[in-house]
Ligand binder design. Structure first.
Ligand code: SF4
Length: 465
């Protein structure tokens, strides 16, 4: 019997893409393939691409350039490109890199295994649908069969696409309009995930707050979804990303406050602290409304950690407007900020604002100033945790120090603590006293194991030979 084919997946971009890669891995495993120990040994290499982050084109085509040498060495190697760049470039991927075997779009994830099989005899194949197939709708196949990095924590995609028109964003044109999965399906999926030992679910969508508007033709169902997920036995932690500030409703804030399993964490992308820039970005809110929404969330949800996204150097951003951003960011005291340098995405409104592009030198200087402010508030917020006892879900040994364990607090903060006698295992819930706060992590001492892991631990079968 021939040995099974092996695969490797390289993921670019956001959590949605990470989750798509997990689902892709699940589809490959279901198709009889096994994960390779490295790309060098894989029979199939998939690049799951992203168009949102900087230099997406450069990243994809330089990765393909590296893989060309591997393909020349091993012509039987199959290379596939999926995700947003595949959706955008389609057949052009093959024109620029004719050593690619398969290109599949964001709505064609479920077809990847069969496309790879067919391409062995048929040659290079491109399959990119513009919208989900209404009959199959398999691009939103549930997360149940995903091969997850952490067996006790799962992502759950509740919607795809986006109905907004942010001037810098390419998501609506590559992923299409919002399509929500039925609420009943999501609860069923969460129940099955819980029965397989998953205790933490992160709900994913481009704009989770408008979840369900397409199902009801008007009314979003996100607050109902949070409350319903809160009733699923075994699901102890619920996180979500991202809500759009213009759509974060009082109903959702109330659902967060009143559902004990919804974690005390909110990612609320500000993007800019200047009303003129926000308007040019077509974000649909003003600074005053953002600040009021944030205050309402903090007032309702005790001990809420808030993170944000910020763009530096949006076309036309003046020194004064950037200073407004600095002031708003300082006042908001975020726990963490993801700061991005504006980079034009072909096909977006902002990419056509060439005359107003801010020079690289100015952007670099603003980026450093902004990072100083966000790091300072993150440090203050984390130092304020020192002396507190946190509930931590253990993720496993620390990546940098095997003598330490790492986990996440209910606020989503990364915390490291020393291994100890009778130590907790990955998937355990433990209590940890915080002893030190840095801008991006906490340190602590474990107090006790609150709950042992609930997920099934796979024991490899030994050969009887
Ligand atoms: S809300 Fe704006 S930034 Fe987010 S995915 Fe939609 S268009 Fe893009």
């Amino acid at each position: 019997m021939s040995s099974p084919k092996t695969f490797a997946i390289r993921t670019f971009g956001c959590q949605m893409n990470e989750h798509d890669s997990e689902r892709l891995a699940g589809l490959f495993v279901a198709d009889g393939m096994v994960r390779a120990t490295s790309e060098a040994e894989a029979d199939v290499i998939v690049l799951n691409t992203c168009t949102i982050r900087e230099n997406a084109d450069l990243k994809l085509y330089s990765a393909l350039g590296q893989l060309k040498a591997l393909k020349e060495e091993r012509p039987e190697l199959q290379i596939a490109v999926g995700g947003c760049m595949a959706q955008k470039d389609r057949g052009a991927v093959l024109q620029r890199a004719n050593w690619v075997d398969v290109v599949f779009g964001t709505h064609n994830l479920a077809s990847a295994p069969s496309l790879l099989r067919r391409s062995v005899s048929e040659g290079p194949l491109v399959e990119v649908l513009d919208a989900p197939d209404p009959l199959a709708s398999r691009d939103m196949a549930p997360a149940l069969y995903a091969v997850r990095e952490l067996p006790f924590a799962a992502w759950m995609t509740i919607q795809t696409g986006c109905d907004n028109t942010c001037a810098y964003c390419i998501v609506p044109s590559v992923r299409g309009g919002e399509i929500s999965r039925p609420l009943g399906d999501l609860i069923e999926e969460a129940t099955m995930l819980a029965s397989s030992g998953v205790s933490e679910i992160t709900v994913l969508g481009q704009n989770v707050n408008s979840y369900g508007r397409d199902l009801t033709r008007r009314r979003p169902l996100f607050a109902e979804l949070l409350r319903a997920l809160g009733q699923v036995p075994g699901i102890e932690r619920i996180r979500f990303t991202s809500p759009h500030p213009k759509d974060l409703s009082s109903e959702t804030i109330a659902a967060m406050a009143e559902t004990p399993t919804v974690c005390t964490q909110l990612h609320l992308p500000l993007q800019s602290g200047s009303n003129r820039v926000l308007s040019a970005m077509r974000r649909g809110y003003k600074v005053e409304r953002y600040v009021a929404t944030l205050a309402a969330a903090r007032a309702a949800v005790a001990d809420l950690a808030v993170t944000t996204d910020l763009i530096v150097g949006f076309p036309g951003e003046t020194d004064e407007e950037f200073d407004e951003t600095l002031a708003v960011v300082a006042a908001c005291e975020f726990d963490l900020a993801y700061t991005f340098i504006f980079s034009p995405r072909e096909g977006t409104r902002a990419a056509d604002m060439r005359d107003a592009f801010v020079s690289d030198d100015v952007i670099k200087e603003r980026f450093e100033r902004l990072k100083d402010v966000t790091d300072r508030s993150a440090l203050r917020r984390h130092q304020a945790r020192v002396g507190r006892r946190e509930e931590v879900l253990v993720e496993g040994p620390s990546r940098r120090n095997e003598q330490m364990l790492s986990g996440r607090t209910r606020q989503g903060k990364l915390i490291h603590f020393p291994l100890s006698e009778g130590a907790a295992r990955a998937g355990s819930l433990v209590s940890v006293d915080v002893t030190y706060g840095a801008p991006y992590h906490l340190l602590g001492e474990m107090v006790e194991v609150l709950r042992a892991p609930r997920h099934k631990i796979r024991v490899p079968l030994l050969s009887s030979r």
